[in-house]
Design a protein around this ligand. Structure first.
Ligand SMILES: [Ca+2]
Ligand SMILES: [Ca+2]
Ligand SMILES: [Ca+2]
Length: 500
């Protein structure tokens, strides 16, 4: 109690020092010099499960926050937050005095849901505050359905800091966010439930993995996706070999979000077809979710499937169906997790949903750029771009910098964005995902023509042939005097489409 009281008074001081101003993700300068002596040093939040009303939690802007009881994910109570119909409400947060060490990993997780099933877009951020600059790592999420989903972010500070901020940014105006069971830790294991599989990276040969039919399975080493070993499988020349699988006892819960991902490649570059399936088994009827894939090239590709079971079950089955004859499938690094966000790598764009003005997005000339807020695809804002009648304006770009995520040779990267023509004029253009900085640059592109006034998804695929230090996202505009709208931009490393 004493520690809590001391922390509270320190929080009061912090609140005054910050003047309750929300931090921008990329804010570099911070004037306040925090006195790191005489403060509580424990990695524990106040009221992380919202059992004591909203004690310890503050808001940036005039947000509504309160607590409700019943159907919490932890304890009895959870936080209810909304934007009060104004973008002046940015977030709910809590600061914790804690001496952060550089190059040490800190994890933050929270459970979130949309009670009426309306998709809610938001961001979970973990900040290191002061003394010379603020840094953060954050994870964007969009709720699906109306049940609890786990969101996690991992922050590795590059500088020491005297305090941590846990922050939930509310980006949708159209509903209540529920938050519960905030966890903040310096442990190395994930905070969102990671469901253990036996031998998921094939270090122990084929131990733990079975097959239906007379399939060949073995392991090989060298050029694995993770560690040294990977699984080698083929159909042994017979269609009676159907799949490789592993069962895992686990309390699978109805309406929750489970993700299975694995990496696959074709040993000789011949395209191999297959299906990745996650089952909830034993209580009839079974539930399953499947993702079909076709390998391209010889590089590792990530495949993921998302299961939201209708029923409870006592076990999972992770299964890889082999659909092609005459080639070796390589599999590695199988992951099974309960979380809202993808397991396949998400390449971190800045302001991908255009919720912080037009930060991060640059015109390639005298283009008109702005942020619109009329019926966004996701969250509240979207990008408005127009060539403004000038041939010197050709595109809108974002460069993703070196240290975030380099481009690797022989891999599959995807760029997707939602596009709209506000007045229904058919707009032409091209989206491009570039690997740049190691000559020659290369890109994957997709032309589009809008139809009607609704949002539509466009996707481009970069099959890289060389390593590059950076990505560039580019939206090339053709019409000279029309507004283009863009929202929900994503870059991911995966074999299968991002667009629905
Ligand atoms: Ca709770
Ligand atoms: Ca491995
Ligand atoms: Ca948006």
């Amino acid at each position: 109690m004493h520690a809590g009281a001391r922390t509270l008074s320190f929080l009061g001081l912090l609140a005054l020092m910050f003047n309750l101003v929300g931090l921008n993700f990329d804010q570099r300068q911070f004037q306040a010099q925090l006195n790191s002596t005489n403060i509580t040093t424990q990695l524990g939040l106040i009221n992380p499960s919202f059992e004591n009303s909203t004690q310890g939690w503050l808001t940036n802007g005039p947000c509504n926050i309160t607590t409700n009881a019943g159907s919490a994910i932890h304890g009895n109570w959870y936080l209810v937050a909304n934007r009060n119909n104004t973008e002046a409400c940015s977030s709910s947060y809590q600061d914790l005095a804690y001496p952060l060490q550089a190059n040490f990993a800190y994890r933050l997780a929270v459970w979130v849901r949309s009670p009426n099933g309306t998709p809610l877009y938001g961001t979970l951020a973990l900040w290191g505050i002061g003394p010379t600059s603020n840094q953060n790592k954050h994870t964007h999420f969009t709720t699906v359905g109306s049940d609890w989903q786990c969101v996690e972010t991992i922050f590795v500070p590059t500088n020491t800091s005297a305090s941590l901020r846990t922050e939930f940014y509310l980006r949708s105006n159209n509903g209540d966010y529920h938050f519960d069971d905030v966890q903040l830790s310096d442990q190395t294991n994930p905070l969102c439930p990671s469901i253990p599989l036996q031998n998921p990276s094939f270090k122990q040969g084929t131990f733990g993995w079975s097959h239906f039919g007379p399939c060949y399975i073995g392991t090989s080493s060298g050029s694995a996706y993770e560690g040294n070993h990977y699984l080698v499988a083929n159909r042994n020349g017979t269609e009676t070999c159907s799949s490789i699988y592993q069962d895992q006892t686990y309390p699978v819960k109805a309406n929750r979000t489970y993700r299975l991902a694995m990496w696959v490649r074709s040993s000789n570059g011949n395209p191999l077809n297959g299906t990745l399936t996650l089952w909830g088994l034993n209580d009839f009827p079974h539930d399953n979710s499947s993702t079909n894939f076709t390998t391209s090239g010889i590089g590792w590709q990530c495949v993921e499937t998302v299961l939201r079971p209708t029923y409870n079950h006592p076990k999972f089955r992770a299964e890889f169906y082999l659909k092609s004859m005459g080639g070796d499938y390589h599999f590695d690094y199988v992951q099974l997790s309960e979380q809202a966000t993808p397991l396949c790598p998400n390449i971190p764009l800045r302001n991908p949903s255009i919720e912080q003005a037009t930060d991060g997005w640059l015109p390639s000339g005298p283009c008109y750029m702005n942020r619109g807020i009329n019926a966004a695809f996701e969250g509240t804002g979207y990008l408005v771009a127009n060539r403004n009648g000038s041939l010197n304006c050709s595109s809108v770009i974002q460069d993703i910098q070196v240290d975030n995520y380099p481009v690797k040779a022989n891999r599959t990267y995807r760029l997707a964005t939602w596009i709209r023509s506000p007045n229904g004029i058919a707009l032409n253009g091209t989206i491009k995902l570039w690997g740049q900085g190691n000559w020659p640059d290369e890109n994957g592109s997709a032309n589009f023509t809008t139809s009607g006034t609704g949002w539509q998804c466009v996707e481009a695929v970069l099959q890289s042939t060389n390593d590059h230090p950076k990505f560039r996202v580019e939206f090339a505009l053709q019409a000279l005097n029309s507004d283009y709208h863009f929202d929900a931009v994503a870059v991911r490393e995966q074999a299968t489409p991002i667009c629905p």
